[in-house]
Structure formats: C-alpha cells, structure tokens
Design a protein around this ligand. Structure first.
Ligand code: AMP
Ligand code: GLY
Length: 426
C-alpha cells in the first residue's frame, strides 16, 4: 500500500517511523515532513491546506491511504472533501469528518455533545457578546480559580485559568472583544477540576475501538511546571495511576458513550480520538477532546505499540477494528522534547544540530528540523526534536533518555529536566 502522512511535526515523524516498519507498505510519503521524515519515507513539497494539491498528489502517486496528523485540515473538512470527490472517495483517510472535527474545533460543540451523551466533564456556561451580562453574573456564582476557554482553535493558547473574580470578568470581556480573534467570539466558562491530567488515545472506526497506550504530557516550559504553556515538553507512557480499573471507568463512562454519540449524530469518524482527562480522586472527567493524536505523546506512544500500525489503520478505515490483533509493550517510555532557546516566545531558526552519531538506545523524532543548503540538519521551529527511551520503569527510561538528550547540540537548546519525576511517587 502507498501511504501519505500529512503534517511536519514530531507526531508525524512518529507515525512515519512506525508505518515504515510495516510489511504492508510499498511507498511512504510525508507532506511536507521535516529533515527526519525524509529518511524514513519521501517528503513531498505540497501545501496541505490546499486540498486540490493533495488530491493531485494522491492520484499521481497512487496513494491508497492518507493519515492526517494535525487538526486543522480535519476542521477544514479534508475528510468530507475526499468522501465527496468521485476520484477520491475510495481512498482510505484516517480522521473524522468536519462535523466530528468540531469536537476539537468548537469547545461549545464538544461541551454540548458531552452533556447530551452523559460524558462526565466540568459544568459550564457558554457566553457570547449577546449574553455578556449573564456571563459576568455566572462568574460571581463560581469559586476560584475561574476557567475561561475560547470556543475555537487558538493554537493551544485559548484557555485561561484565573485566580481573581475581577480579572476573570475583565478577561471574559477581553476575549469576547477579540483577544483570540474569532476563536473567542464565544467563550466557555468551566468549573475548575482539581486532579492529575492524562492523555488517553483511542482509535475508532465509528463502531469499534482500540484503546492505545496513554501518556502524561508536560505542557509548561519550565521545570516543576512553571512558566508559559507550550505545545508539550515531554511525555511518559504508561501513566502509573491509569490502572485497569481506571481504564474500565474511562471505557464505560467516556469512550462508549462518545462512540454512541458519534453514531447518533451521524458523524463519520474513522480515526484517533485524544481524550484529555482529569483524574479527580480516581474518577475520570473530560477536559477536552482532540480529533488527532497528541504531540509529543505520539512520539512515545508509537514506540509502545507492538502491533503493525498499518494493519490497525487499514482495519479502522474498513470498519473492522474488532478483528485486529493489538499488542503493546510493557516497557515505560520517556520522551524529552528539545526546543529552541526562547520558545514558546520568539526564537532563532537555522541553528546547526550535531551529535546524532553519538546517540544510542533511543528513538529520535524530528519535529522542527530541516536541511540547509549545505545539507546540514538545522532547527526550523520551536519544538525541534524529541528523544524517547525505553526502560523497565520510569527511572531507567529517564536515565537513558537524558543521556542521549545531552548529546544533541545546537545553539540555545533548552529542555525540561524533570520529565517523569512527578510520576515516580506512584
Ligand atoms: P485545553 O486546551 O482544554 O486542554 O486546556 C488547557 C489546559 O487547561 C488543560 O490541559 C488543563 O491543564 C487546563 N484546564 C482546562 N480545563 C480545565 C478545568 N475545567 N479544570 C482545571 N484545569 C483545566
Ligand atoms: N500535547 C498536547 C497536544 O497535542 O494537544
């Protein structure tokens, strides 16, 4: 099978790395990819926001399966574009249709869906300019901290958690007047959930599902969870508090009602669901749905799936996920993201990277990397490269991951030193 992965980050590298191991693959393409993906497949220079360009490539190269990495093409309707096109309708495409992508694309849609299908989540109130006064009043009935969420996609920055009522009221007004552009024309005020977060991943064909390895993500830039939010600075899988009993609760209370809801809403969903959960005293509550895999969680999770990913994706596309064999590794993976100095604010690009030949017993996933005109690997983004190592426990995996992290050099390199430390107490 010829397969095309859309995207250019560490997540897409991890997909490509795993897909390349399958005997079911003939040719693997990544568009636009990065300096690493070009070694596991072939990079294609196309703008993935231009669906006609994607179509032309798919037909020209005889691509039989498309794996959509990021959320934007899904929210923009790439799956519907394929299904409604006479020449593309039989191509397998992994991801939900545009309506399903609203689970990530609109927080208000996701909250209404969860309420309708009794999926446990924080209670909430949706505000627009038309009912601002009610929104300000609602805040006075809530306890601090106050959680304000821009309805639409805001590059991971649209959630504010605020300690004072006055500031929350100020921010609510500011968001409705365009703080995050049209993404915050609608704002969801949510009750604060106190607990530990975990990212759970499901692959569904709309009827059946497979629960993939879970992971814990480290969102803040600084050690000890300090500083600004980022796309994610590291990940650990499995997560010690995700016991079989906890997974059972997630399946019964969240995954099954979610899939039932997809069916009742006539949503065509053949793809990944990333459920951001809060574990509140042993009970799971949904913080958010994403309609794609997490980054950097995927960089760890893919290394823990022993089964053939292409066989899983093929079964997913054909609605027979109940028939596949699925096995995961008992190892623990620790993933550390190396980022450009200054990230998540301004940072320099084009820094030459060295040390690759000294790495051992780890898997590196290129994210923001490219080749310069001297064919050197240079940085080209904020999150540059993810190093994943396996061990029999977090301690062992951490030690191996950090030994390798220290060998990769580029000017301004930064990373967190505490990935996994908080989980060692469980
Ligand atoms: P989201 O973009 O919805 O994932 O929110 C970003 C982050 O805000 C989450 O990863 C949580 O750490 C935090 N968060 C979101 N909603 C809540 C909530 N209801 N209670 C506590 N923390 C939250
Ligand atoms: N690591 C969180 C995300 O991918 O949204």
């Amino acid at each position: 099978m010829n397969i095309l992965v859309l995207g250019s980050g560490g997540r897409e590298y991890a997909f490509a790395w795993k897909i390349a191991q399958s005997e079911l693959v003939d040719k693997l393409y990544i568009a636009p990819g990065n300096a690493g993906t070009d070694a596991v497949g072939e990079n294609l220079v196309i703008n993935i926001a231009d669906f006609n360009a994607v179509k032309e490539t798919v037909l020209k190269l005889g691509i039989e399966m498309v794996v959509v990495g990021p959320e934007q093409p899904l929210v923009d309707g790439i799956v519907d574009f394929f299904k409604n096109d006479a020449e593309l309708k039989d191509i397998k495409i992994i991801g939900p249709d545009q309506k399903g992508a609203q689970l990530e694309g609109s927080k208000a849609f996701a909250k209404a869906f969860m309420e309708k299908y009794n999926v446990p989540t924080a209670s909430c109130f949706t505000v627009t300019a038309a009912n601002l006064e009610e929104g300000l009043q609602y805040l006075t009935t809530q306890k601090a901290p106050y959680v304000l969420k821009a309805d639409g996609l805001a590059a991971g920055k649209g959630v504010l958690i605020i300690d004072s009522l006055e500031e929350a009221q100020y921010e609510l007004k500011d968001m409705l007047s365009g703080k995050f552009g049209s993404a915050s024309a609608k704002v969801v005020i949510e009750t604060f959930l106190k607990g530990i977060e975990v990212s759970m991943f499901v692959l569904t064909d709309g009827e059946h599902y497979v629960v993939l390895p879970e992971a814990k993500d480290y969102k803040r830039i600084g050690d000890g969870d300090t500083g600004l939010n980022t796309g994610g600075m590291g990940a650990v899988s499995p997560v010690p508090f995700v016991t079989p009993e906890f997974v059972e609760k997630v399946e019964t209370r969240i995954i099954k009602p979610t899939i039932q809801g997809l069916k009742e809403e006539n949503i065509d969903y053949k793809g990944f669901i990333f459920i951001g959960l809060m574990n509140v005293d042993g009970d799971p509550y949904v913080i958010e749905y994403n309609v794609r895999m997490g980054d950097p969680e995927t960089e760890g999770v893919m290394t823990r799936i022993d089964s053939d990913l292409v066989a899983l994706l093929d079964a997913c596309a054909q609605g027979r996920l109940n028939e596949v064999e699925y096995q995961t590794s008992k190892n623990t993976s620790v993933t550390v993201m190396l980022v450009s100095g200054g990230y998540p604010e301004d940072y320099k690009k084009g820094m030459v990277m060295t040390g690759f030949e000294e790495l051992s017993d780890c898997i590196i996933a290129h994210a923001g990397t490219k080749f310069n005109d001297k064919d050197e690997v240079v940085t080209s983004g904020g999150r540059v490269i993810a190093v994943t190592a396996h061990g029999k426990n977090i301690e062992e995996a951490r030690a191996k991951a950090y030994q390798n992290v220290e060998k990769i050099k580029f000017e301004g390199v930064n990373y967190r030193h505490d990935i996994g430390l908080d989980l060692m107490k469980f």
